[in-house]
Write a protein that binds this ligand. Sequence first.
Ligand code: BGC
Length: 434
Amino acid sequence: MSDLAFPPGFLWGAATAAHQVEGGNVHSDWWAWERKPGTPCVEPSGSACEHYTRYPQDIALLASLGFNTYRFSVEWARVEPSEGAFDKKELEHYRAVVDCVLSHGLTPMVTLNHFTLPRWVAAEGGWTSKRTPALFERYCRRVLEALGDGVPWYCTINEPTAVASGAYVSPWGQPPGVVDIRRWRMAIAGLVDGHKRAVAAIHDVRPGAKAGLAVFSVERKSNAGGKPADEYSLRMNEEVYLEAAADDDFIGVQTYTRHQLYLPRIAAPLTRLALAIRPIERLVVPRVLALETRAPGTQAPAGSRLTQMGWEYRPEALAEVVRRIARFYPEKDLVVTEHGLATLDDRERVEFIGRGLAALHAAMAEGLRVRGYIHWSLIDNFEWAAGYRPKFGLIGVNRETQERTVRPSARYLGEIARTGKLSAELDREQASRG
Ligand code: BGC
């Protein structure tokens, strides 16, 4: 392989989300849910990685490694812990985070909502409540005003798919963790409305900034028998949200794996029929969508190489997904806002990054408008219901001491970021170390 050069100005970053790293997010729905008996949560988030106070060191580390972008989220539950009571100190805190990012010469990318809701919003029905989109817009406006004009990139809502399907189709992903198709459809409508309102608010308050949705996507493969189920998943877990992004300045692409669905031929007409009969939707839809809501073991055929999450190890999924979304919106900019894996063996992460970027480069050579690559995650963190066991970090975190350990993958990606190229030599070096 010869060197693969990426365009000048390409965003090279790593991402976090408030609830997963900050610690002490006591006013959020997740904080309550983690403690509730009967949920799939294996442990509470607690003090997480203390990023709320340690962000200056974490950001300095990211910059020192050669990256130029930091994606992080603002926590609604902190900013508005009860209805209408905006906490000035919390808004100042996030302004200080932005200033810290800028002072290191990094570009901030801010996510306005990453999965969690204030408890009082959740108590009203979360995204199923008719009031939530307007409340979300009001919160976004306050944040946009508080953060100043130093943030060029905003993601509105992180992976609405995971929020709606995780909460109302699969019983394990997100609170309230029930199967309720009616509420699922209401949540989708609420998320779409909330997203559109947030985009309008960004364009209004910060006309110089770019607004985009962070979309959950997987590479898809199915045979004739699995096709109708696969198409239904694509429709309900991706396209409904892509359609909502018509006014966005960019699409945030988030990919981790490939879903493969091989079913006997007879499954095709049966799935079509079952999906068309409303009264049995409750039984059918959860099964079909188990693909996307990450039921362990549903995505990878026997014998596949798996990550710690039980997902297929498939770095090249990134390029497939980018191609699909570029077909949907040929004129829009795309930014890879998440791509990563959970592993205990950092050599696997180096390989994942190298293979993923090589595949992405090939897709970009076809003329695709990809503006950046942001890895998930900057540091090991609270992986939602799965707790702290999965290790997604370029940087390890010892939760007893809160000590950070820079992994070789962080140096590897940092070097790519610094030079703007995936170098064959670097790859050989890494391979020999491995
Ligand atoms: C989410 C992250 C999560 C990661 C790994 C993405 O869906 O945005 O919050 O930690 O995937 O599961």
